[in-house]
Design a protein around this ligand. Structure first.
Ligand code: ZN
Ligand code: ZN
Length: 486
């Protein structure tokens, strides 16, 4: 795969969607100088990338009342990952009424196995709620359009009259208030709007439309569940995969995208540092795991600064360092929890190998027992937007929305399991783009005041939903119509 240059001379931040594994979105920047891998990718609207903040407010039509009603319904009845029973059945019946051949429960066996393996039981309501709708419309390409469905264990504090008050249990059994804090309710309604628009315009395209509603994006497992249940074997195999995500730092009415790598590999690593505990007054009789852990934290910084090519990108963050209970006791062990981000697979492997090497070497340097290092196997792979397909799709979106409302931005370090659909042996060209979700006057004021906007996963995130849904619908419909031209 081609590797984009991730350096830009511009510094205007655009926090973009990134959501697997409950993470906050990362900051991105307009990619005026990013290398576009093909001429096609450069055609869309590179020139508009300079100043999304200065964009004028785009006129956007109002979605159908039934779409707005559905948004409010979904927003007030959010369901957590692997518990999307009602949401998926609403979407399935909407597709059926449009004439799609619909299959539900895609991923069920995988989820049951996973729950049994990970927590020893399948809690009430937990299942694989993937929906696949197939609409055959003559000979032509097969285009898959994905929405995610799950909400987050976040208590809504937006103050909107339609705020969620739902309380529920996660699939692992933790009680929480629940909110669509990542905009997946916007995704579902824009997805349905797209299905309706494409069916209404079926005389304008030929091919097979596969609409999928994916569970459990927030925990990075839903795509894997659907693929394991034969998504590309039991149903028509796509020539292209498309998805969108809201952006909490771009104005509604706009679309932003990256070509090439768009989002990161996301790995979680646990390091259990083993020492020999004892009295704080007699350190010479111990092997202090806090000191060893501190050396590990410091040495890990050299991976990004000294092992990663300066023109490439990576992150190694120690998000948790826990040890000890009392002033005068040197504990037996310390635990470090890391998030590790990268784009290409070689860099990913280098980081994971390096973490293991450094942790073991530091422990050895202090004559302490070897640390236990666990790399979570369910990692989220990086999202790669195929440059040719991205160029074609975004050119069509620019034509539909106006090129000044569509800009190319730098990739972000958030993760998305949409990447899984392009990582099978078929290497299906895929594109995920971002739809601005901030009410334009709020956006302008925040930029003028230098104030941060509520990010995705924030209890305060309240998208400008009508304009965002309509823009997402228009953009996705335009992208799909373009790809059906093959
Ligand atoms: Zn999210
Ligand atoms: Zn999300």
């Amino acid at each position: 795969m081609l590797r984009p240059t991730l350096i830009s001379t511009l510094a205007l931040g655009l926090a973009l969607a990134g959501c697997s594994k409950n993470e906050a979105p990362s900051a991105g920047e307009p990619a005026k100088n990013a290398v576009t891998s093909t001429e096609a990718a450069a055609t869309a609207s590179e020139t508009a990338a300079v100043q999304p903040a200065a964009m004028s407010v785009r006129e956007v039509g109002t979605p159908d009342q039934s779409i707005l009603d559905l948004y409010l319904q979904l927003h007030q009845a959010p369901e957590l990952s692997f518990k999307e029973a009602k949401t998926s059945s609403i979407l399935a019946s909407e597709l059926e009424s449009l004439g799609f051949e619909v299959t539900t429960g895609v991923g069920q066996d995988w989820v049951v196995d996973k729950a049994t393996r990970d927590i020893g039981e399948v809690k009430p309501g937990v299942g694989g709620y993937g929906v696949v709708g197939v609409f055959k419309n003559g000979n032509g390409p097969t285009v898959l359009i994905r929405t995610d469905m799950d909400a987050l264990p976040v208590p809504e504090q937006t103050g909107v009259p339609y705020a969620s008050t739902v309380e529920a249990q996660t699939w692992t059994g933790v009680d929480s208030k629940v909110m669509h804090a990542c905009g997946h309710d916007v995704h579902m309604t824009a997805w349905l709007g797209t299905a309706r628009a494409l069916v209404a315009q079926k005389s304008k395209w030929k091919g097979t439309l596969v609409m999928i509603a994916q569970p459990a994006e927030e925990i990075g497992l839903g795509a894997e569940a659907m693929l394991a249940d034969g998504l590309f074997e039991r149903f028509p195999k796509p020539d292209y995969n498309l998805a969108l995500h809201v952006s909490a730092d771009a104005p509604s009415g706009t679309v932003v995208y990256s070509s090439g790598y768009a989002m990161a590999n996301v790995d979680s690593v646990d390091i259990h540092v083993k020492g020999i505990g004892g009295h704080g007054a007699y350190p010479h009789t111990t092997r202090d795991p806090i000191l060893i852990g501190s050396h590990i934290v410091t040495a890990l910084q050299s991976l990004v600064s000294r092992n990663v090519n300066p023109l490439d990108s990576a992150v190694v963050t120690v998000g948790s360092f826990k040890a000890g209970a009392k002033h005068n006791i040197i504990p037996d062990e310390a635990t470090l929890l890391l998030t590790v981000r990268s784009y290409d697979d070689d860099t990913r492997q280098m980081l994971l190998d390096g973490i293991e090497r450094i942790a073991k070497a530091e422990a050895a340097a202090f004559d302490a027992p070897e640390p236990e290092i666990t790399i979570e196997t369910d990692y989220t792979p990086s999202t790669y937007n195929d440059p040719d397909t991205t160029g074609r799709a975004m050119k069509a979106v620019s034509k539909k929305l106006g090129s000044e409302y569509v800009s190319q931005v730098k990739p972000v370090m958030g993760g998305e399991d949409f990447s899984q659909y392009s990582r099978t042996a078929d290497k299906i060209p895929s594109v995920l783009f971002w739809v601005g979700a901030v009410e334009p006057s709020k956006y302008a004021k925040a930029k003028a005041d230098g104030m941060p906007l509520p990010s995705l996963h924030s209890s305060l995130f309240a998208p400008d939903y009508a304009r965002t849904i309509q823009t997402g619908t228009d953009a996705m419909t335009a992208a799909a119509l373009e790809l059906f031209k093959d």
